[in-house]
Design a protein around this ligand. Structure first.
Ligand SMILES: Cc1cc2nc3c(=O)[nH]c(=O)nc-3n(C[C@H](O)[C@H](O)[C@H](O)COP(=O)(O)OP(=O)(O)OC[C@H]3O[C@@H](n4cnc5c(N)ncnc54)[C@H](O)[C@@H]3O)c2cc1C
Length: 486
């Protein structure tokens, strides 16, 4: 732990040096997004007095701007009503396969086991889910409430775990993230959670034995100390807007044109915790989405690298497209389509396309080695005609020989396309949101959840996991803090 040094703006303040506390509560929650709201609700439900500090004028954070998709499953009431079978065991198997490398079983197991109850809790807070399934490969603008939001139903995951749709949306035609946050904040308000807006948390306050007992905040230019009788929860989002942290941990994310988050995702909470002795893990991990769908017809195309070779089944989730393209192919990838499979991607307005009347001509336009794309296309087409994909096992419904000119290649280089990224690395927590030291011990009085932590996804991502694990572990952190001894 660093000392209260003037040169480190995040260094903790020694409790012994605090002469006056401007306010106090059992639990102080830093950041009022989905993780913070869930934490506050649960702690208040357990009888704790909760104070939330939020640097923006009002709560919501990135969560309110999000698509509102929440990853829950294992046999939720909505899954069952729509005829989809799921169990905690199948959900666990999928997450362990899809959220790696190296997902933390200690987090994934309770997340899967208690997912049905977490869905029921979301309903109890006031979210309404409609018994309607959305079959698309992207987020709906309609009001259906259940969808496949990852790669559950395609290779290799469909062979590892029985596929089930686990992306749950509140049923609303407008912003689903806004409804989520409105509902959670209304629930917190009913439980008398107090919120201080326009209040930036700058440092933690710690006792000489390392226990976290408060927060130093800045509001209207004035510094104030707030005392936390049972603990502080850091739920202040990730660090996609902190260029220095990106440069240090994941410089490749700087190539992604769309930073998925508000500018308050600047890593301030993570820095405060590190200065108080917290361990961070997997700081290089991120959701990297390449939003190619719609049109879903792109799944009939061939995603190739700069050697003209396929490297992924094109029916995979868009987060998998982005992750594998950027991290394993340096982003030097193209989507090859023919006339029926072409369309204007809704979320990549300025696409760069080269065209040819034959695959050979297209190959030349793309500047690929002669014969490379032709060989890939010949092999692909031969098997696609039989509904087979021996290399990557794309589902038969998307297999059709690419044979109808003109042919096109969409340039998916990050600089010519739109990769969307937010960070997934952060505090090492246990299943009750207790922040760990590098030695693996819980820091007394310090809790965290959401993108301030390394949660369920250690790199591989499926839509809804961020709001899913943020709300789930936010609740667990709130409960643990509320029931901790003073
Ligand atoms: C367009 C878009 C669509 C998305 N769609 C989905 C989706 O459908 N499903 C999904 O799971 N994820 C989605 N995401 C990602 C998801 O929204 C975020 O990862 C998630 O909301 C993070 O939640 P959080 O509670 O950890 O942080 P946030 O919701 O960002 O909350 C953190 C809060 O902390 C505050 N804060 C920060 N620093 C301080 C400080 N020092 N002092 C006081 N307050 C502070 C911030 O102002 C903010 O209000 C989407 C994101 C975007 C932008």
């Amino acid at each position: 732990m660093t000392t209260d040094a003037a040169h480190d703006p995040r260094a903790p303040r020694a409790a012994a040096s605090v002469v006056h506390y401007a306010d106090e509560a059992d639990l102080i929650v830093v950041g009022y997004g989905a993780a913070g709201a869930s934490c506050a609700i649960e702690a208040a439900t357990e009888g704790a007095e909760v104070l939330v500090v939020e640097r923006a004028s009002a709560g919501g954070g990135t969560s309110a701007n999000s698509g509102g998709l929440i990853y829950v499953g294992g046999g939720t009431a909505l899954q069952s009503a729509l005829g989809f079978e799921d169990t905690p065991e199948e959900m666990f198997k999928y997450l362990m396969a899809a959220c790696g490398p190296g997902p933390d079983e200690k987090l994934v197991a309770p997340f899967a086991e208690h997912s049905v109850a977490h869905f029921d809790w979301l309903v109890e807070q006031g979210l309404v889910f409609k018994e309607a399934f959305f079959p698309g490969a992207h987020e709906p603008e309609t009001d259906e409430s259940l969808t496949y939001s990852g790669s559950e139903d395609c290779h290799p995951f469909c062979e590892i775990a029985k596929p089930a749709p686990r992306g749950h949306f509140a049923s609303v035609m407008g912003s689903k993230g806004a409804i989520l946050m409105k509902t959670l904040m209304a629930s917190a308000q009913r439980r008398r959670v107090r919120v201080r807006g326009d209040t930036l948390a700058e440092r933690l306050i710690v006792e000489s034995d390392g226990r976290v007992v408060g927060v130093v905040v800045r509001s209207a230019g004035e510094e104030r100390c707030l005392r936390a009788r049972r603990g502080v929860a850091l739920t202040s989002g990730g660090f996609i807007w902190n260029e220095e942290m990106l440069e240090q941990h994941a410089p490749w994310l700087r190539r992604c044109k769309m930073k998925v988050g508000t500018e308050n995702d600047d890593g301030s909470g993570i820095q405060m915790g590190i200065a108080a002795g917290a361990a961070t893990i997997r700081m290089d991990a991120a959701d990297i989405t390449l939003p190619v769908f719609p049109p879903v017809s792109f799944r009939e195309g061939m995603l190739v690298n700069c050697q003209g070779q396929r490297f992924l089944n094109e029916d995979a989730y868009m987060g998998r497209w982005g992750e594998i393209s950027l991290l394993h192919q340096d982003g030097r990838v193209w989507l090859v389509v023919d006339e029926p499979s072409f369309g204007q991607p809704k979320h990549i307005p300025d696409i760069e396309v080269v065209a040819g009347d034959s695959i050979a001509e297209l190959e030349g336009e793309m500047g690929l080695p002669t014969g490379s794309l032709q060989q890939s296309a010949a092999f692909y087409n031969e098997h696609a005609a039989r509904g087979e994909d021996p290399l990557f096992h794309k589902r038969a419904e998307y297999l059709r020989p690419l044979s109808q000119p003109p042919f096109g290649a969409i340039d998916l280089l990050p600089e010519n396309s739109v990769y969307c990224a937010f960070t997934l690395g952060g505090f090492h927590i246990d299943a009750d949101g207790r922040v760990q030291t590098p030695g693996g011990e819980a820091i007394p009085g310090l809790y965290a959840a959401g993108r301030t932590t390394s949660g369920i996804s250690k790199q591989g991502y499926s839509s809804g996991i961020s709001l899913g694990d943020g709300s789930f572990f936010g609740r667990r952190a709130g409960r643990a803090a509320a029931t901790a001894p003073t």
